[in-house]
Write a protein that binds this ligand. Sequence first.
Ligand code: MN
Length: 342
Amino acid sequence: MNVEDMTAVDNSQSYFDPSLLPVLTDDNLPPLMPQDTRVPGKRDKGRFLTRRPNLDQRLTGPRSKHRTQHRTLFLSDIHLGTPGCKAELLLDFLRNNDAETIYLVGDIIDGWRLKRSWYWSAAHNAVVQELLRKARKGATVIYVPGNHDEALRDYTGLNFGGVDVINETIHETADGRRFLVIHGDQFDGVVKYAKWLAHLGDRAYELALLMNNWLHDIRRAFGLSYWSLSSWLKHKVKNAVEFISSYEVALAREARERGVDGVICGHIHHAEMREIDGVLYCNDGDWVESCTALAEDKSGRLTIIEWRHFSWEQAGYIAPAEMEADDAPDLVPAYMNALSAA
Ligand SMILES: [Mn+2]
């Protein structure tokens, strides 16, 4: 679908308008910014010294040619646009792992946050660039929107810079098993406790923790005993355990009803792979708390990868001798414009 067709979509209700994002192909890559061609003056001292300030050089320099090759990678709940996103670890993961197909299983760009406050750093931008780069290099990238980026659900069937947007899909593994790929928030309605958990990690929760301190001070001033709001919340988290298991059962049931071998989802920020009543429930986790991805190898075997340390911190790390030139164009201006115009 081309740019003209995209304008026909009614996006008056969207706070995040993906049609503003440039459709990139190999021959319409955005030109380099003018500052790249002019000689930096005295006033520019320090401004253009690095292409992406705030980012470790090991994350921006030439990348190793020896990346782990997977058949498929599943990533979800990245929450780009929020300060909680572990974008640098994810960037390191993406620079060390490649796949023929990459599924982005929802909550990739956090539009919920976008409505209120927007946090965007060089690392967040580099993650978007890295994913687009993989698409340019031939990977199939499929974006299954979640509840935090549900605006993209209006763009199902479209392709942005080589990324296909699909509401839900079926993935077939190398050994012929079929998996329903879905973000999972669709099942909040059938799961008790969901409403409370939906706001976990939200501003309301942060505020509750802050209020706990105030409340303590006020109560003490009146000679009242200590009552902890946060421990009251913690008690509520016991419900979260119950929530997680009923969520898992609900998704497994859906997979069974659809006659597939399993389900691959995200949403609850809890990586897991277990059999539930004859179907395989897989949750690829998140990049806010656990930094996990689900990977399928050439034989169809599924595993959960944890990436809590940078590649150079991991045991047996050898600095790559063979390097590949960094050919990714700097998409910072285009994306920043698109996102700030939203
Ligand atoms: Mn979600």
